[in-house]
Design a protein around this ligand. Structure first.
Ligand SMILES: [Zn+2]
Ligand SMILES: [Zn+2]
Ligand SMILES: [Zn+2]
Ligand SMILES: [Zn+2]
Length: 194
């Protein structure tokens, strides 16, 4: 799904906080209300913001897999986009208008996708992090809201929980080897009992 090749080495070295885009947006909103000084950006639109983020990001919804469309971004002859991997799975025509696909990718959408922050794919589980594409995969690999299997699965535990809940579960998992528990507690007490 998210295995698209990432463009790199084109000067995206700056490390922005994952929520940079949203922070920028909300600071713009604030500065239009009061005078927080430093921003010289104009406030536009009825909502007093430069970008309607929710509307913008909706344009990156792949009509096939409903993941975010990220480079390579394939387009039909009318300009509807799907993600490269979806088209490679044998898609013959645009799912929206049934026209054939163009031979060239949508350069403009690819460029825009590189400068906006996308929600974590575990947003539905409660994650509030937004990351630019170059950071997104790394975040999701470690996201506290990703589902993980219990580490005692090989001993029979079938629990699958969000990572931040699993931390607690493994401590009280009934498949946890009892000797492991006594080893841990004896070492944590630092006592030598024989
Ligand atoms: Zn897709
Ligand atoms: Zn189309
Ligand atoms: Zn996340
Ligand atoms: Zn378990």
């Amino acid at each position: 799904m998210a295995s698209h090749s990432m463009p790199n080495g084109r000067g995206y070295g700056e490390t922005k906080s994952p929520t940079a885009a949203l922070a920028r947006q909300s600071s713009i909103r604030k500065s239009s209300a009061g005078d927080l000084g430093s921003s010289t950006l104009p406030s536009l639109g009825t909502a007093g913001r430069l970008v309607d983020y929710e509307a913008l990001i909706r344009h990156f919804d792949c009509p096939v897999c409903h993941d975010w469309v990220t480079p390579p971004i394939v387009q039909c002859r009318k300009g509807h986009i799907v993600c490269g991997p979806c088209k490679s799975k044998g898609l013959k025509a645009c799912p929206v208008c049934k026209q054939r696909f163009s031979d060239v990718t949508n350069w403009m959408m690819e460029q825009v996708s590189l400068v906006i922050a996308f929600p974590c794919k575990f947003q539905g589980n409660g994650c509030r992090i937004y990351s630019e594409l170059i950071h997104k995969t790394a975040h999701e690999a470690l996201c506290s809201f990703r589902p993980v299997s219990c580490q005692y699965g090989i001993r029979g535990c079938t629990q699958i929980l969000l990572y931040h809940l699993m931390e607690k579960h493994v401590l009280e998992c009934r498949f946890k080897p009892p000797n492991l528990h006594s080893q841990l507690s004896s070492s944590s007490h630092g006592s030598s009992n024989n």
